[in-house]
Ligand binder design. Structure first.
Ligand code: NAP
Length: 243
């Protein structure tokens, strides 16, 4: 068993999740990466984290499948003993104007983006309670605060994460478990790769650029490791977008 803190990051093999994994690893955490991809696809991410001098393990499961989540989290505890930091990061988009949004589009996004936070947190938090400590971070979005035409399903899922965050902060503060949300603006990842003309979008951002995954990782690291007294917050990391 390791003495380092262990961070579980869902959807962590690429994009924002992977950047957060590296930032936490650089700061001395062992890392458990979850993703829906197979182990071979995630292996380069695991190798890159291990090269930072910490342990890194991969668990393949679908965060929207309650049974898979429970089995995987129990296995993690059996194999590694504890989970100190949980980053609920896995997420998808299935955009469309509301009148054309079918029920499958709605349900899939709600289940993966919001349902997953229930499943994974529910499986992990009982172990955090026993340890009387933990930090949970939910990857929301500024559209969960402000809304966005064409993203009713995604915005609702991200707003739901903020409600969940604030409620769990109230329920678990006395157990020394902090729960916060990060609300990124436009961040350059695969998720925003097909937006088209990035320069045009950037003009609407006071800081005149898209964010990087590293911009988000710094805030996640602050919430996970640098503070013991911040809880129930939804922190916008968006270069001033929608101020
Ligand atoms: P990304 O590059 O698409 O990464 C998301 C990861 O989640 C992928 O590795 C994906 O795997 C995984 N995933 C999807 N469904 C899953 C499932 N059912 N079970 C397990 N893993 C699953 O996206 P990103 O931009 O880094 O986004 C990360 C988080 O930040 C998301 O929650 C997103 O909503 C949020 N966010 C992003 C932005 C932005 O501008 N990029 C802004 C605000 C919020 P596959 O690709 O193999 O399916």
């Amino acid at each position: 068993m390791t003495e380092r803190k262990i961070a579980l990051i869902t959807g962590g093999s690429r994009g924002i999740g992977f950047s957060c994994a590296k930032e936490l690893a650089v700061n001395g955490c062992d890392i458990i990466i979850n993703d829906i991809c197979d182990a071979a696809t995630a292996q380069p991410a695991i190798d890159e984290i291990k090269a930072l001098g910490v342990n890194a393990w991969f668990y393949q499961f679908d965060v929207s499948n309650d049974e898979q989540v429970k089995a995987a989290v129990d296995k993690m505890i059996e194999e590694h003993g504890h989970i100190d930091i949980l980053l609920n990061n896995a997420g998808i988009t299935k955009d469309g104007l509301f009148l054309r949004m079918d029920a499958e589009q709605w349900e899939r996004v709600i289940k993966i983006n919001l349902g997953s936070a229930y499943y994974v947190t529910h499986a992990v938090i009982k172990y955090m309670m026993k340890a009387r400590q933990g930090s949970i971070i939910n990857m929301s979005s500024i559209v969960g605060v402000h809304g966005n035409a064409g993203q009713a399903n995604y915005s609702a899922s991200k707003a739901g994460l903020i409600g969940l965050t604030k409620t769990l902060a109230k329920e678990f503060g006395s157990r020394n478990i902090r729960v916060n949300a990060v609300c990124p603006g436009f961040i350059q990842t695969a998720m925003t790769a097909n937006l088209g003309n990035i320069e045009e979008y950037a003009k609407a951002i006071p800081m005149q650029r898209f964010g990087t995954p590293e911009d988000i990782a710094k805030v996640v690291k602050f919430l996970a490791l640098d503070t013991d007294y911040v809880t129930g917050q939804a922190i916008e990391v968006a270069g001033g977008l929608m101020l």
